[in-house]
Design a protein around this ligand. Structure first.
Ligand code: MG
Length: 242
């Protein structure tokens, strides 16, 4: 099964080799089970500011920077881009609302996936649309020994957020590797689109409420229903590609 998926990837991207040296992890909905809390805080705060947004829509926007999401909403409801002040006020209110909720737990299976990647000798990067310090700080505390700050790309580092490939291209540049030397693990359609546009083999984990087709149609090369399911298959996948 893996062989045919890898061949499909090579044919689509017109590469001849797939030889992973790093795994680039999205954070929300992959390492932390934080999306229900993001959905609640975004929906609540935007609606308060006169920009109605349902929880389900938040999952479809997942991966965008806060600024990009706010601008889409002000365009939709007010017919214009948000001012810098509006972006700041809304994003701050969203962070306050998010931090008032109880802490998002680690995603079940994330520990096992990280352990497997490390044991396979691959480097670990985080590429997230989030700019929330609380979550970035929690990476090191909750997954000690796996992450270093210079291997985290957040919304603060990029000009274009996902679905633009820039965040993933930046990770490749930092690692000094080509797209065929990386694997992305993503849970959001826009994140999968970004990784696919960066020509990286993309494993989708469907940890939210969206249909599988949302991830497959965005360009996912493999799809698992959870990080736990990925943890079971990953050793096989990585050992087959040494
Ligand atoms: Mg995510």
């Amino acid at each position: 099964m893996f062989t045919s998926k890898i061949q499909e990837y090579l044919d689509t991207q017109q590469f001849t080799t797939f030889a992973p040296r790093a795994v680039l992890f999205d954070m929300d909905g992959v390492l932390f089970d934080s999306m229900p809390r993001h959905a609640e805080s975004w929906s609540h705060v935007c609606t308060d500011f006169g920009l109605p947004l349902s929880r389900e829509e938040v999952f479809m926007h997942e991966g965008r920077t806060g600024e990009a999401t706010i601008n889409l909403l002000t365009q939709k409801y007010w017919g214009r881009a948000a001012t810098a002040k509006e972006v700041q006020d809304i994003y701050e209110a969203k962070c306050v609302a998010f931090n008032a909720l109880d802490e998002a737990p680690k995603m079940p299976g994330a520990d096992e996936v990280l352990k497997c990647v490390k044991e396979a000798g691959l480097e670990i990067y985080v590429v997230t649309g989030s700019g929330q310090l609380s979550l970035l700080n929690r990476l090191e505390t909750h997954f000690p020994g796996y992450f270093s700050p210079d291997r985290v790309i957040s919304s603060k580092d990029v000009k274009h957020g996902k679905p633009h490939p820039e965040p993933y291209l930046m990770a490749l540049a930092k690692a000094g590797i080509a797209p065929w030397q990386a694997i992305v693990v993503e849970n959001a359609p826009l994140g999968v689109q970004a990784a696919h546009a960066a020509q990286i083999f993309t494993i989708a984990v469907n940890t939210g409420p969206l249909p599988e087709s949302a991830l497959l149609d965005s360009g996912a090369n493999l799809l698992y229903p959870s990080m736990t399911a990925l943890a079971e298959q990953l050793p096989l996948f990585l050992n087959g590609n040494k």
